[in-house]
Write a protein that binds this ligand. Structure first.
Ligand SMILES: [Zn+2]
Length: 167
């Protein structure tokens, strides 16, 4: 019996210096390659909230991907290897949403052995995430790490930008 294969033909899963497990290029991955579909159970935001008790979690909802206002993919339920890819603030992949499906796609040529990352730009309906910034701390090590997995849109608006709404 061999161990279950946790990656796919583009990447292998092993311990990451960023956090936990990560996906590492098994070969040169050319820019534009669809590395993996973010697969899992499609649920509503309300179902995601019911499923994951925010107050009881010390870390973010690693396995949730927000597709749009209606749909969240929960990769903890029947998910594929995409759930192992870590966040980074200067990533080499990006999610591409096409007809409601999410494909993690290489945005640059990625040499074999390099960890695959994408910007989670994490948001949740309701905006309560800002109350627990420690839960979303980023330690990706990038020179321009913004220190959080949360979407930049939730962070300090630029001085020249419009003031935050509803404050
Ligand atoms: Zn970072």
């Amino acid at each position: 019996m061999s161990r279950p294969k946790r990656g796919n033909r583009f990447f292998e899963v092993r311990p990451s210096p960023i956090q936990g497990l990560g996906g590492f290029a098994a070969r040169l991955i050319p820019r534009g390659t669809r590395v993996v579909e973010y697969a899992g159970e499609r649920i509503t935001h309300a179902e995601a909230d019911a499923r994951y008790d925010d107050a009881g979690m010390r870390r973010h909802h690693t396995f949730l991907f927000t597709v749009d206002r209606d749909t969240v993919i929960d990769a903890a339920a029947g998910g594929g290897p995409a759930r192992y890819l870590n966040h980074a603030c200067e990533p080499n992949c990006a999610p591409v949403i096409e007809a409601g499906r999410v494909f993690i796609t290489a945005i640059r040529d990625i040499p074999a052995g390099v960890e695959l990352t994408y910007d989670y730009a994490y948001t949740r309906e309701g905006g309560a995430d800002e109350d627990h910034p420690e839960r979303y701390a980023c330690r990706c090590g990038a020179a321009r790490c913004r220190g959080t997995l949360l979407s930049p849109r939730l962070r300090r608006p630029r001085a020249a930008g419009p003031p935050p709404a509803g404050r």
